[in-house]
Design a protein around this ligand. Sequence first.
Ligand code: URA
Ligand code: SF4
Length: 218
Amino acid sequence: MADDERPGAAQWVPAGAGIDQLAKAARDCQGCELYRDAIQTVFSKGSPTARVVFVGEQPGDQEDRQGAPFVGPAGRLLDRALEEVGISPNDCYVTNAVKHFRFERASSGSRRIHKTPEVAHIEACRPWLDAELAILDPEVIVILGATAGRALIGPSFRVTKQRGTAIPVPGDDDEDAARKLGFMVPTVHPSAVLRADNQDQAFEAFVRDLKVAAALLS
Ligand code: URA
Ligand code: SF4
């Protein structure tokens, strides 16, 4: 498949599947070219009945090696922040907008350097996220950074403007509205906290946003 041919994941997504079956099917996805250089598909972790769903960007180097999301440095920071706001890992389902690690090789050798996914990758991978969200029924979806915001809110999303706010999940019809679809709470990506000049301040601001999510839990 040439780099500019991205059929998207739809043909790999089984109809009527549960999360486990989706995760299994995603191992074979070739919906965009990212499957070729990564070690494996990184699907999700956590319970399908979770009250809080976290959507990140894409797996990193550690996640690609271990096959689970948020198990590297960004994941450790997220875990620390969750503990601070009192959200139990048992109440969480964690996934990414893009399910394969996109990277480039350092010129010096083997180190794999994260490369931000393009809009085309987000769109190619979206059928997986859509299928997950059709099964999950969380009270809150936490959007971790610009890529997840682009996937869930669209091109108008601006993390600096919308972080820490509770945005009602839009429904398709009145029935959806009556069902109460819950809220989305955007915040920065935990990697941005790790990169910040003032890490303590950035961590505090991240925790503040997550408190908005925690307060929405009934
Ligand atoms: N960053 C992400 O967005 N997702 C992961 O799973 C790890 C790091
Ligand atoms: Fe499929 Fe998504 Fe991986 Fe692309 S990134 S191959 S669409 S799972």
